[in-house]
Design a protein around this ligand. Structure first.
Ligand SMILES: O=C(O)C(=O)C[C@]1(C(=O)O)C=C[C@@H](O)C=C1
Length: 443
């Protein structure tokens, strides 16, 4: 299988998992047809399933009879990365009108018909296990119980087993090492902006974004029972929380030292555990309950619309659909000087009426990216900046696939971080309605 990989593997990535290539000649894509797939290891099997599912779904879009399980078109999609569109193959029609997905290598086919006496061919329904809800999922988050990340995990996967981690990196590793099924991590806040650390980690790890939650964040100022505001000389919390309450603290006359802590609830726990009667913490009301702190002021965030966006991460991507609003996150880089690459990339979306919801540039000069060439030989490449873009379209939509195929023309590195349901729950403070999560079993 020739490998003209066009979506490059960042440093530390397994290039085999980044198989992608052009439809014209020598594609790194695992070449499949609906009549059967030449499958190798698990990763290739998954890639061929994803590519086949996109073709079956495209057939489903073309004719009502070929619709499979009512699912709309799935993306042309390999291991979470867009594979260029491959020419459609005529599908073998099953008796019930659904397309037959023959993923099992057949030893003999009599006269072009389906092979006899072999295991039944897999169907799309076999590839999409029944949705598993939070109650059986282990979800890693950064912080201790009472952190907003814990609340976000519960919103994303109601009833899940939330696993506290002392660092964001540990949450990523917990999923990669099968200790957790998902990770839920904050990526931006409506007041404090992006949480850059996690953008960098998204690039360095191979997890996929499979969902998002928008969490209204309602901060409380708290201290040990009986401590009065006038006795305070210090306020501790997560830097984001301190930034989100800066003006209110000043307005309250608390011109005291601000001290950063790993997470909001951790700050409350620390003050309580050490009996600090000159120190307050900024955290959630649940943290106050958990650690025996008294709330001195409630709702001290500078803006009542204070919302933090979290993303849900998994080892495998979901197969995007078009039956609900989807968002797609990508990261790209280029090494072409002065060729208005950004303008061309943004126009690839604008001319297809695709709305962008985020653009973030991250300096990357000193951290090489591993690029994989046509012979699967990796070389380290330095880019001045990595650009993160979120757009409102599903990879199941041809306009999104075609936009990304065009973006690939302009960039030296492109990776799809995920295509996932948008969190459409109302953004009222304290709203805790559940979000459409990735509806997949723990993978
Ligand atoms: O410290 C917490 O409680 C977290 O969940 C982290 C975090 C963040 O990193 O932004 C999440 C939501 C709030 O914006 C404050 C802090």
């Amino acid at each position: 299988m020739a490998a003209a990989s066009l979506i490059k593997a960042p440093v530390g990535q397994n290039p085999a998992r980044m198989a992608a290539g052009r439809s014209s000649g020598g594609g790194g894509v695992v070449r499949c047809s609906l009549q059967g797939a030449v499958v190798g290891g698990r990763a290739e099997w998954q890639s061929s399933c994803a590519v086949l599912s996109s073709k079956v779904a495209a057939l489903g879009a073309a004719s009502p009879h070929a619709a499979v399980n009512g699912r709309a078109a799935a993306p042309n999609f390999v291991n979470g990365h867009v594979a260029p569109l491959v020419p459609e193959q005529p599908a073998a029609a099953a008796e019930d009108g659904g397309a037959v997905l023959d993923l099992v290598p057949v030893s003999s086919v009599n006269g072009g018909g389906v092979a006899k006496n072999l295991p039944q061919p897999l169907r799309i329904s076999d590839l999409s296990p029944a949705p598993m809800h939070g109650s059986q999922l282990r979800v890693a988050y950064q912080g201790v119980p009472g952190a907003y990340s814990e609340k976000a995990a519960g919103k994303a996967y109601p009833g899940c087993d939330a696993i506290p981690c002392d660092q964001f990196e540990v949450a990523f590793s917990a999923v990669e090492l099968w200790i957790a099924d998902r990770a839920v991590l904050p990526v931006e806040n409506s007041l404090g902006g992006s949480i850059h650390r996690n953008y960098d980690l998204l690039l360095r790890h191979r997890l996929h974004i499979v969902g998002e939650v928008q969490l209204p964040v309602h901060h409380c100022l708290m201290a040990l029972p009986g401590v009065r505001k006038e006795c305070l000389t210090r306020v501790m919390s997560h830097p984001q929380a301190l930034a989100q309450c800066e003006h209110t603290l000043t307005a309250m006359g608390l011109n005291v030292v601000r001290e950063a802590f790993d997470d909001t609830a951790g700050a409350a726990e620390y003050v309580a555990a050490n009996g600090l009667r000159d120190t307050a913490a900024i955290a959630s009301s649940r943290a106050a309950e958990l650690y025996g702190m008294e709330v001195l002021a409630d709702g001290i965030q500078d803006d009542c619309g204070n919302v933090t966006r979290f993303v849900m991460l998994a080892r495998e991507p979901i197969v995007p659909r078009t039956d609900r609003p989807f968002k797609t996150s990508i990261v790209f880089a280029h090494d072409k000087e002065g060729t208005s690459v950004l303008f061309k990339v943004l126009s690839a979306f604008a001319f297809r009426d695709i709305t962008l919801t985020k653009i973030e540039s991250r300096p990357h000069r000193h951290r090489p990216i591993r690029l994989v060439d046509d012979a699967n030989v990796g070389t380290a490449k330095h880019f001045e900046y990595m650009f993160y873009v979120d757009f409102q379209a599903s990879l199941a939509e041809p306009r999104a696939q075609n936009a990304l195929a065009e973006v690939q023309e302009y960039t030296s590195f492109l990776r799809v971080l995920g295509s996932y349901p948008m969190d459409m729950t109302p953004m009222t403070a304290g709203s805790s309605s559940t979000v459409t999560s990735d509806d997949s079993s723990s993978t």
